[in-house]
Design a protein around this ligand. Structure first.
Ligand SMILES: NC(=O)C1=CN([C@@H]2O[C@H](COP(=O)(O)OP(=O)(O)OC[C@H]3O[C@@H](n4cnc5c(N)ncnc54)[C@H](OP(=O)(O)O)[C@@H]3O)[C@@H](O)[C@H]2O)C=CC1
Ligand SMILES: N[C@@H](CC(=O)OP(=O)(O)O)C(=O)O
Length: 383
C-alpha cells in the first residue's frame, strides 16, 4: 500500500551515473518525492542542470533542473527532512558520509561497497533476500538509533548472477560450486570511466576488486540469517535474568560450503553486464534441463508478492533463441528491473551452464536501491 503521504527523499551523488538513474526513477514515484540533492563541493551551490552531464536518453526531468545541489551533509539542503536518502556516492567518500547520515537518524540506501561487509548491514538484492531487512532493528539498537540505518545493495555483476542462482537453490537445494565469467559494460566504471583508447576494439581482462566482491557478496546474499546465543557480557545481569542474549548473524552460506570463482572482463558495451555461469548442485539426483528451465520461469520474489512499484512482472526472463540474451537487445526488458537468462545446457565439468544479463545501472544499482526502499516502507522499517 502506498504511504498516505509521499515520503521526502534525497539523493547523494545525484550528478553521477547511478545518481542520474535515481533522478529518473524518483521523479515520478508513487511513494517518494525528490527533496534534496547532494554531490561534491565542485557541484554544491549550483543548480542540478548546470552541473550535471546528463547521459540518459530520456530528457532530464523538469522538477530537478532548477533544484540546488548541496554538499553531502545531513544538516544542509533539507536532508534532515527526508525519510529516506539514496546514495550513489563514489566509494572514496561514501563510507563516512553515509555513517554521518545514519547517525542523524536518516535511513541510507547505498550503492557503494563501503558497508557491504558490515555484520550489522543487510546486503540486499530485492529479487532475492529482502528477508535480510530483519537485521535492521539489531543495527539500530546496537548503535542507539531509532530511525537511522544503512542498507546496501550489491555489486552490479553480483546482482545479475544471484537472481538465477537463488532460483536454482529455491528449486533444487544448495549449490556446491559456481564458476562465473563476466563481460561488463563501460558504464559500470562511472563517468567518464574507461578511456575510449583502452576499450575500443578491445577487452580489458581486469576490473579492480570485482572478482573478490562477486565471490563473497554472493555468499552473504544467498546465505541465511541465523539466531546465535551469546553469553551476556554482564555476568550479574546474566545470573539475574538466567539467560543468554540472542543475536542475529549472517551465515554466509557456510553450512553448505558453497565454492565460487569469478573472472571479470570489461567489454565495449555501454550498459548491461553479461555473465557466463556454470553450476554444480549438492543433491545427488541432478535436475533435468526442463526442470531448470521451469525453475527460472517460475521464480518469484517477495518484491513481486508485495507488488511494489519498481518490481518487475517477471524476475527472470528466459530466452529461447540460442544467441540471447544480448545487452543491446535485452537490457530494457521490464524497464531494466529483471535478469535475462538463456543458453541453458549441460556442462562437461560441472552440472549445467547458462548465460545471464543484468542492466548494471538499473537492477544492478539504482532500481535495486529504490525497490529495497519500497519494500522497507511496506514492511514498516521506514517511518
Ligand atoms: N555505475 C554502475 O554500474 C554501478 C555503480 N555502483 C556504485 O555506485 C556509486 C556511484 O557510481 P557511479 O554513479 O558510477 O559514479 P560516478 O563517478 O558517475 O558519480 C560519482 C558521484 O559521487 C559524487 N562525488 C564524488 N566525490 C565526492 C565528494 N568528495 N563528496 C561528495 N560527492 C562526491 C560525484 O559528484 P560530482 O559530480 O560533484 O563530482 C557524483 O555525483 C559508486 O560507489 C559505485 O561503485 C554500484 C553498482 C553499479
Ligand atoms: N565495479 C563495477 C561497478 C561498481 O561500482 O561496483 P561496486 O559498487 O561493487 O564498487 C563495474 O565496474 O562494473
Amino acid at each position: 500500500m502506498p504511504p498516505s503521504e509521499k515520503i521526502k527523499v534525497g539523493v547523494l551523488g545525484a550528478t553521477g551515473t547511478v545518481g542520474q538513474r535515481f533522478i529518473q526513477l524518483l521523479s515520478t514515484h508513487p511513494y517518494f518525492v525528490l527533496h534534496s540533492l547532494g554531490a561534491s563541493a565542485r557541484s554544491a551551490g549550483q543548480t542540478y542542470s548546470s552541473v550535471t552531464r546528463w547521459k540518459l536518453s530520456s530528457p532530464m526531468p523538469e522538477i530537478v533542473r532548477d533544484m540546488m545541489v548541496h554538499e553531502c551533509r545531513p544538516d544542509v539542503g533539507g536532508f534532515d527532512e527526508c525519510g529516506v536518502v539514496f546514495s550513489g556516492l563514489d566509494h572514496d567518500v561514501a563510507g563516512e558520509i553515509e555513517e554521518s547520515f545514519r547517525s542523524s537518524e536518516i535511513p541510507i540506501f547505498s550503492n557503494a561497497k563501503n558497508h557491504r561487509r558490515d555484520p550489522l548491514v543487510p546486503l540486499i538484492v530485492p529479487l532475492v533476500n529482502s528477508s535480510h531487512l530483519s537485521i535492521i532493528p539489531q543495527q539500530q539498537s546496537l548503535l542507539g538509533l531509532k530511525k537511522g540505518f544503512i542498507l546496501c545493495n550489491a555489486n552490479c555483476s553480483t546482482t545479475g548472477v544471484v537472481v538465477p542462482l537463488a532460483a536454482l537453490e529455491k528449486s533444487f537445494g544448495p549449490l556446491k560450486t559456481v564458476m562465473i565469467t563476466t563481460l561488463q559494460a563501460i558504464s559500470g566504471a562511472g563517468y567518464p570511466g574507461v578511456s575510449s583508447m583502452d576499450i575500443m576494439d578491445n577487452v580489458v581482462p581486469f576490473i579492480g576488486g570485482e572478482e573478490e566482491k562477486i565471490e563473497w557478496e554472493t555468499l552473504k546474499i544467498l546465505g541465511g540469517i541465523k539466531q546465535v546465543e551469546h553469553q551476556n557480557q554482564n555476568q550479574n545481569q546474566n545470573l539475574k535474568n538466567g539467560k543468554n542474549e540472542t543475536k542475529l548473524e549472517f551465515d554466509y552460506h557456510q553450512e553448505n560450503k558453497l565454492k565460487i570463482s569469478a573472472q571479470c572482463n570489461r567489454v565495449p558495451v555501454l550498459d548491461g553486464h553479461l555473465s557466463c555461469v556454470s553450476v554444480e548442485f549438492s543433491q545427488n539426483v541432478k535436475p533435468t534441463l526442463k526442470e531448470i528451465e521451469n525453475a527460472f520461469k517460475n521464480y518469484t520474489s517477495e518484491a513481486q508478492e508485495l507488488n511494489v512499484p519498481s518490481s518487475p512482472k517477471r524476475s527472470i526472463i528466459l530466452h529461447e533463441n540460442q544467441d540471447r540474451p544480448q545487452p543491446r537487445l535485452d537490457r530494457d526488458l521490464e524497464n531494466g528491473a529483471c535478469v535475462s537468462v538463456g543458453r541453458i545446457r549441460e556442462c562437461g565439468v560441472l552440472d549445467f551452464k547458462f548465460i545471464c544479463l543484468v542492466d548494471n545501472v538499473r537492477l544492478g544499482a539504482a532500481t535495486s536501491s529504490v525497490m529495497n526502499a519500497e519494500i522497507a516502507v511496506e514492511k514498516g522499517y521506514v517511518r
